[in-house]
Design a protein around this ligand. Structure first.
Ligand code: ADP
Ligand code: ASP
Ligand code: MG
Length: 444
């Protein structure tokens, strides 16, 4: 079994739906196709939600009607037979009515998740009706029948596996189509795996069926050595180890959802990143036999807040760090980076929803300083500490950039440091010049 996931741009137009169908058809064997919403749709759904939250119902209705018109046009251009076009109209009417009903009710968190799910539910329905015309051997599965998260919003992997195997056993098709991103929560309500979560769905599904490979099809030819949104002359990386891919995804490489590598890694399932618009290019293979490379790629994660706790009582005191960590645990806030000195500890978080409460509690331990608008720069590769010259190669060019924290040696695959977000683009470009310039020229 192969899992193929196509992101928003890959299903962003009628032409692109056709490209996806060609890729699916040219993939041999049994497959599960996981689709995102058409590009821009989830953003529109977020906008609709925000408008309904503030009771701007009229404005929300304008967007809801516009979305429905867009889908009707897509269905008309995509689907040839009267029969399937009629079915598409029924599907679209049903989803349009879901949004209209929610817009007429008082707003609730439950409704928010239902709104957010419409994009994936519609794209998969339309694609299945189209596949029915070109292939005739595909089945639509509702991810709401098998994807579930627990009370901590973590996937219930055993439940997913059991339910999915039962659902699959009911059909004899070669091609299954399902939604990325959406799931049910512990109360059986509609929920989701957070923005960009379709990658995570694909990996969880791949792990549940013990797939031979998980393919992530997107709008770029695999993982690049640096963030192509901010740096020119980046190039595609041919292979990555699971550890390197996990670090890059977690520290901001948008091509992969932060958690998406973990299920594949735990089950040793290779992940292939491919370009829907250039299927002939190699892409990036993530597997456990990747040849090591000193420095593989760079990524950056924004919206980081650093907290420094300065305490002379910390000097020689055991148990101090435990007390600090307990505060973060109580407030369910995870720490990304940490550095210590004899009298102070600095750590970073990206979720600031509990910052005030955390600060208040930490105040009991010493003097607290909080800095925001920071970015973590992550360098991934085979950075084993006995390799000489790596740190000087990295920091040589950064003489004029203030660096707030450095973390190295935690794993063999990552060196990360903290800078002001306003310096991020310069840092990514300087590092590209210093670490990859020759390779970039070769790749052009
Ligand atoms: P999809 O909608 O297919 O899930 P995303 O927009 O989530 O696609 O991810 C693909 C985008 O990730 C690329 O278009 C690119 O701009 C961005 N990106 C950021 N960092 C990297 C990187 N290191 N390598 C490749 N793409 C990256
Ligand atoms: N449609 C969702 C989003 O835009 C999930 C995804 O595309 O991965 O975040
Ligand atoms: Mg994505």
């Amino acid at each position: 079994m192969i899992v193929l996931k196509f992101g928003g741009t890959s299903v962003g137009s009628v032409e692109n739906f056709r490209k996806v169908a060609q890729i699916v058809q040219s993939t041999a064997g049994e497959k599960i196709v996981v689709l995102s919403a058409m590009s821009g749709v989830t953003n529109t759904l977020v906008r609709i939600t925000d408008l309904l939250k503030t009771s701007s119902v009229e404005e929300a209705l304008v967007l809801i009607h516009r979305l429905n018109e867009k889908y009707l046009e897509v269905a008309k251009d995509l689907i040839a037979s009267d029969d399937n076009y009629f079915k598409a109209q029924i599907v679209l009417k049903r989803h349009h009515e879901v949004l209209l009903t929610i817009a007429s009710e008082p707003f609730s968190g439950k409704n928010e998740k239902t709104i957010m799910a419409q994009g994936e539910l519609i794209s998969t329905n339309l694609f299945q009706l189209y596949m029915d015309e070109v292939d005739g051997n595909s089945v639509l599965l509702s991810a709401l029948d098998f994807m579930q998260i627990d009370q901590h919003a973590e996937p219930r992997t055993e439940v997913i596996q059991n339910r999915l195997s039962k659902v699959l056993a009911n059909h004899s098709a070669r091609t299954f189509i399902t939604q990325g991103f959406i799931c049910r929560n512990i109360n059986n309500e509609i929920d989701n795996l957070n923005r960009g979560g379709s990658d995570y769905s694909a990996s969880l599904i791949g792990a549940a069926v013990q797939a031979d490979q998980i393919q992530i099809w997107t709008d770029i030819d695999g993982m690049h050595n640096n963030d192509p949104r901010f740096v020119d002359h980046t190039f595609s990386v041919e292979e990555l180890s699971f550890d390197e891919a996990a670090e890059l995804a977690y520290f901001g490489a948008k091509i992969l959802h932060p958690q998406s590598i973990i299920p594949a890694q735990e089950n040793n399932i290779p992940v292939l990143l491919k370009n829907t618009f250039k299927p002939e290019s190699k892409g990036t293979l993530i597997h456990n036999r990747a040849r090591t490379k000193k420095i593989r790629a760079i990524a950056a994660k924004d919206n980081i807040t650093a907290i420094k706790i300065k305490s002379y009582r910390m000097l020689m005191a055991y148990g101090f760090l435990k007390k600090v960590f307990d505060v973060f645990e109580q407030h369910k806030t995870s720490i990304d980076m940490i550095t210590t000195s004899e009298v102070a500890v600095s750590l970073t978080i990206d979720n600031t929803s509990k910052l005030e409460a955390i600060k208040n509690e930490l105040q009991g331990f010493g003097n607290i300083e909080v800095d925001s608008d920071l970015s973590i720069i992550c360098i991934a590769g085979d950075l084993a500490q006995n390799k000489k010259g790596i740190t000087s190669a990295i920091f040589n060019g950064l003489r004029d950039i203030p660096i707030r924290m450095i973390s190295y040696g935690g794993s063999n695959y990552n060196l990360s440091f903290l800078v002001k977000t306003s310096d991020k683009i310069s840092v990514l470009n300087i590092l590209n010049e210093g670490l990859f310039a020759e390779l970039a020229l070769e790749a052009i």
